[in-house]
Design a protein. Structure first.
Length: 198
């Protein structure tokens, strides 16, 4: 009787050991075949948060906190638009994007940023931190195997988006400046009309 229970215990221990080794081997195999796209999908929320933090670093601390915490499109259109644009970029970064699709994603963000009347580099400052964040994620995951063709293609897409972002930002800023000039001329004209009536 003792021997059969010892055999069962030994069999169970062997099975658990074998199962553990098999599971570890399987996980190593699966993890080694993980692609950069898989990592991005798995870590999307972390990437999004880090990217948003980098972009918001240009703002004062109180403004940063407000943009992060308030997600309402009505009371916080800047934070809402930034987050939405970033989510769309992350969702579509590995897909072939036509220029029209990329413009549709980036234009609302660039319009919001253009109202702030900051330098043209802000168009690039929105996209380029994504490259830094993804690079950090790859290093943290110790995945040097990701630094192949897929990484080069991703960097190329990010660069194209950054250039398009800068162009869009410049276009939007020009429109904002034209609106400001038009508004000043309108006000100045209204003031002259009132003076002429007196």
């Amino acid at each position: 009787m003792v021997r059969s229970s010892e055999r069962k215990t030994a069999s169970i221990e062997f099975f658990l050991f074998f199962y553990s080794e098999l599971r570890t081997t399987f996980l190593r195999t699966v993890l080694n075949t993980m692609t950069l796209t898989d990592l991005l999908a798995e870590k999307k929320e972390i990437i999004l948060q880090r990217w948003l933090d980098r972009v918001l670093d240009a703002y004062p601390p109180d403004t940063r906190r407000f943009f992060r915490e308030n997600r309402s499109p009505y009371s916080n259109p800047v934070g809402f638009t930034l987050r939405k644009g970033m989510e769309e970029v992350l969702t579509r970064i590995f897909l072939p994007l036509s220029e029209e699709d990329a413009r549709a994603i980036l234009e609302p963000v660039m319009k919001v940023l253009a109202v702030e009347n900051l330098p043209s580099s802000r168009g690039i400052d929105f996209i380029l931190p994504l490259r830094e964040v993804l690079s950090e994620m790859v290093r943290e995951e110790n995945r040097k195997s990701f630094l192949g063709q897929e990484w080069l293609e991703l960097n190329s897409r990010i660069s194209r988006l950054a250039l398009l972002g800068m162009n869009l930002y410049s276009e939007c800023r020009e429109k904002v400046n034209q609106l400001r000039i038009h508004e000043r001329q309108k006000r100045a004209g209204a003031g002259l009309d009132r003076r002429a009536e007196v």
